[in-house]
Design a protein around this ligand. Structure first.
Ligand SMILES: Nc1ncnc2c1ncn2[C@@H]1O[C@H](COP(=O)(O)OP(=O)(O)O)[C@@H](O)[C@H]1O
Ligand SMILES: N[C@@H](CCC(=O)OP(=O)(O)O)C(=O)O
Length: 372
């Protein structure tokens, strides 16, 4: 078996709390420097990498002088806010040593459930990747209470994989992968080298966190693999301290547990769009635009739109119909219905003049468009 990382061009790497910290107190700077060095090697191979890193609470505990993890939610939030400064600092300097810029992105699950914020987060992340920067994501712990209680960045990693349609999610943790049972409790447990993401038998093997600093345990990782697979991303769970783990995966070596997505990336996306039976509105396309979409695989520009029906917000799923009323495509709109009405039939060069801002030259970008 070959590692899926070898052919993956967009990868989310999640580094867990149990790994990034020195026994839950402060950050392991040397380990972080090693991952930064490996990620810069992946970048040199032409791969786009987004890092999801935990560790803010552990670093905040150290900086604020807590010996044990506070139970008060607001103290935890304070630790996360203080520690996030340290996390950003160490990543910034570790990547800078390899000539790579970093960006801090703090997200909540609710942000990704909101269509408009989802689209904004997606555009920001893809822009950062295009500009050659490594985005470093963590939960925005200041504004959430549920997530901070469970402290689970595995789910966030999967949501980000869905968000930017990554090819793979690599979950680095303190175990070599998924074992037939929790190896802390069952020393005879064996490593599961491969499986199908979403297979319920895997969930039965996974238990909770084994250390005092880790929270989610193996179950959240298995569920994250299932979620990542919905957009066609494969998941690898591996020991983050294995030497050169990331570069060896990129060379095709099978390490840890590989959970394969059963549906391809495009099929998964198409499925998601076509599942949207109730679209918020419609745009009517002239013959030229129909041609561009159906034959040339192009984006939908406002100039090809001759009518807009319904009321919808930015990021809504809308239907594209031809002049004969036949639906030809579905996609996520970059503009609201009222903005679309103002820019339809106009060249993209006039959008900014008409609206006073520019979300993008297209009404629906081809990456967000599915032909029916
Ligand atoms: N079947 C299993 N295979 C491997 N680890 C397991 C399993 N079930 C439970 N675990 C526990 O999950 C822990 C990893 O989860 P966690 O501590 O939350 O790490 P992280 O901080 O990296 O998210 C391991 O240390 C291990 O004790
Ligand atoms: N966002 C928090 C906690 C997230 C967390 O611990 O998640 P995990 O690594 O999945 O156990 C932090 O940075 O400390």
């Amino acid at each position: 078996m070959k590692s899926v990382i070898q052919n993956a061009s967009r990868i989310i790497i999640k580094v867990g709390s149990s790994l990034v910290t020195n026994d839950g107190r402060g950050l392991d700077h040397a380990a972080i420097a090693r991952w930064a060095s490996q990620i810069s090697a992946l970048r040199a191979l032409g791969k786009e990498v987004v890092l999801v890193s935990s560790g803010a609470i552990a670093e905040g505990m150290l900086r604020l002088g807590f010996d044990t993890r506070p139970t008060d939610i607001h103290e935890l939030q304070a630790c996360a806010a203080v520690g996030q400064m340290g996390l950003a600092q160490i990543y910034e300097s570790s990547f800078r040593a390899h000539g790579l810029g970093t960006a801090q992105v703090l997200l909540t699950h609710a942000d990704l459930a909101d269509r408009e914020r989802y689209l904004n987060a997606r555009s920001t992340l893809t822009t950062l990747l295009r500009l050659g920067v490594v985005p470093i994501i963590n939960e925005n712990d200041t504004v959430v209470t549920d997530e901070i209680k469970f402290g689970d960045n595995d789910t966030l990693g999967a949501l980000v994989a869905n968000l930017i349609e990554a090819d793979a999610l690599v979950i680095l943790t303190d175990q070599h992968g998924l074992f037939s049972a929790d190896p802390r409790k069952e020393p005879a447990a064996t490593l599961i080298a491969e499986g199908a993401a979403g297979d319920p038998a895997l969930e039965a093997m996974a238990g909770g966190a084994g250390s005092s600093i880790g929270r989610g345990g193996m179950l959240t990782k298995i569920l994250a693999a299932k979620r990542a697979a919905r957009s066609g991303a494969h998941t690898i769970i591996a020991w983050g301290r294995d030497s050169d783990v990331l570069t060896r995966l990129a060379a095709g070596e099978a390490i840890g547990t590989q959970l394969t997505a059963q549906t391809g990336r495009m099929t998964a996306r198409k499925q998601w769009m076509t599942d949207h039976l109730h679209t918020a509105g419609k745009v009517v396309l002239d013959a030229g635009a129909v041609q561009k979409l159906t034959r040339e695989g192009k984006s939908l520009l406002p100039i090809g739109v001759i009518g807009v029906t319904g009321e919808f917000g930015r990021g809504a799923v809308i239907t594209c119909v031809g002049e004969d009323g036949v639906a030809i495509a579905r996609g996520l709109s970059n503009y609201t219905s009222s903005e679309a009405r103002r820019i339809m039939r106009k060249p993209s060069s006039e959008i900014e003049k008409v609206l006073g801002f520019l979300e993008g030259p297209e009404l629906i970008h081809r990456d967000n468009l599915v032909l029916l």
